[in-house]
Design a protein around this ligand. Structure first.
Ligand code: C2O
Ligand code: CU
Length: 499
């Protein structure tokens, strides 16, 4: 029960860094830092501005010596990296060959509503039928569901600044199990402003998709699910309620990998693609993260961190300088929040060669709009908490479980608002379409890791986080939600409509 899960509603305050339970793997795990870091291949356009990705099952070797069935874009986990160029409208045709419906969201994308990956706007494999069951929370208005047979074209105008985005499944009620099975990948927006900076480039610009998983004895993913057609592991519902965490840390789909580096600076695009795990990343050997970008691209100026807390959905674009380390040095990226040796280890960098390096981190990176509270036309408060409902406990916003098609806010296009998030637990809050700047946490100002333009923010237990949101881009129906994917599936989501 809940007591066993280590917390109680209202009665006991959570320790600031409380996490849920972790599923234990039954497969024989490799020694950390023995598997080379893979780099997800770039998606190849079928013609300029046009990609096709197929969601399908595939067997891949994640744990050496065994195979895992993944559901991946083009059968890969993470999927191929979409290279998007600012100003180049791009169409991605997503074909679904899976036994379940899907919806694909470009996280961080400034996307017209009909291509945003709405949870009830589903692609169903050709020849299959799907009847919405209402998932775990009741029956929805049938008019909110739309179906595409076989494939759907998602259109991305890409009129936004360079940034590290990602795409992932967003199916109503089942995002968490479907992302756990592999339906996610990077999408990197590039532009002239970012290209013009002397930051590390090419092979020294590396995306790192960090997530946790657990494995059954036969190598398959372990996951507790409420959907009998997916995977059922009775007895682990507590793990589901708080968000599912595994005991194996994967980077770009490899367990605790190692990367050989030269004596140079590297740009690392960190993404927390986990369902529920938060990480506090640190580097051994005195190495530091020089942050140059956040969720939505370049910061005004670099910010140095010795430790970086990253929550599900968040990205940090950092430069790490290996030039002061002689070949032979090993620098390990660890997770200071890990509850076990396995979950404290992330990956390792092994310095193997002396190289020349002309890159540097300039003291000014970009022009950002001022985070001026007075620019807001209104303040809205959204309370993220667990509430009791007839059908059991749910994660809700302002006490209401998600109801597709029913917006709870109608901001005007071109305006800014203050959105205030309050919370009873760790809730990484994510807004579709709109970008924001963190104004403060309670009576304090933003923290060092809050810098820049963001789309996902770490809201911690009993915290009040104010953000200045700009509603630019498009009119229409969008969502915001907790990016703990199990919370999202348990209804901690709401629509807003830009009018
Ligand atoms: Cu990364 Cu609505 O999601
Ligand atoms: Cu949450």
């Amino acid at each position: 029960g809940l007591a066993g899960a280590g917390w109680a509603i209202g009665a006991t305050l959570l320790p600031a860094e409380a996490t849920g339970e972790t599923l234990t793997s039954a497969v024989r795990l490799p020694r950390p830092f023995t598997v080379p870091l893979p780099i997800p291949p770039a998606a190849r356009p079928v013609e300029p501005g046009r990609y096709e990705l197929t969601q399908r099952a595939a067997r891949v070797e994640i744990i050496p010596g065994t195979t895992t069935e993944v559901w991946g874009f083009d059968g890969a986990f993470p999927g191929p990296t979409l290279e998007l160029r600012r100003g180049s409208r791009t169409t991605v045709r997503v074909r679904n060959e899976l036994p379940v419906p899907t919806s694909t969201h470009l996280h961080g994308g400034v996307t017209p509503a009909d291509s945003d990956g709405y949870p009830t706007d589903l692609v169903v494999a050709e020849g299959r039928t799907f009847r919405p069951s209402g998932g775990m929370h009741g029956h929805h208005d049938p008019s909110v569901w739309t179906f595409h047979s076989g494939a759907k074209d998602y259109v991305y105008p890409v009129e936004q600044r360079a940034a590290t985005l990602w795409y992932h499944d967003h199916r109503m009620d089942f995002t968490a199990p479907q992302v756990w099975r592999g339906l996610a990948g990077f999408a990197i927006v590039r532009d002239d402003e970012d290209d013009a900076l002397p930051l590390p480039k090419g092979e020294r610009d590396i995306p790192l998709f960090i997530c946790d998983r657990a494995f059954e004895e036969d190598g398959s993913f372990r996951y507790p699910s409420l959907d009998p057609t997916l995977l059922v592991r009775p007895g682990v519902e507590d793990a589901y309620m708080e968000g599912v965490q595994g005991d194996v840390i994967l980077v770009n789909g490899a367990p605790w990998p190692v990367l050989e580096v030269g004596t140079a600076r590297y740009r690392l695009r960190l993404l927390n693609g986990s369902n529920a795990r938060r990480y506090r990343l640190e580097l051994t050997g005195g190495a530091r993260f020089v942050q140059v970008g956040s969720d939505q691209g370049l910061l005004a100026a670099p910010v140095e961190h010795s430790s970086l807390t990253i929550v599900p959905g968040e990205r940090f674009d950092v430069v790490v300088d290996f030039s002061g380390y002689p070949p032979g040095t090993e620098i390990t990226m660890v997770n200071a929040l890990g509850e076990s040796p396995n979950t404290r280890a992330v990956m390792r960098f092994r310095v193997t060669s002396r190289v020349r390096d002309d890159s540097r981190v300039p003291p000014r990176l970009a022009e950002l709009p001022p985070a001026d509270r007075a620019a807001a036309v209104t303040v809205r408060t959204f309370d993220f908490r667990r509430t009791r409902h007839d059908s059991g406990d749910m994660w809700t916003i302002n006490g209401e479980p998600y109801e597709p098609g029913r917006p709870i806010a109608e901001p005007r296009l071109g305006t800014a608002e203050v959105w205030r998030f309050t919370s009873d637990f760790h809730h990484p809050v994510h807004l579709h379409l709109a970008h924001f700047q963190v104004l403060g946490r309670g009576t304090r100002g933003p923290e060092a890791t809050d810098a820049g333009l963001k789309d996902t923010v770490d809201v911690r237990p009993y915290e009040i986080v104010d953000v200045l949101v700009r509603f630019d881009g498009y009119r229409g129906r969008y969502m915001f939600h907790c990016h703990n994917l199990e919370h999202e599936d348990m209804a901690m989501m709401a629509d807003f409509r830009i009018v």
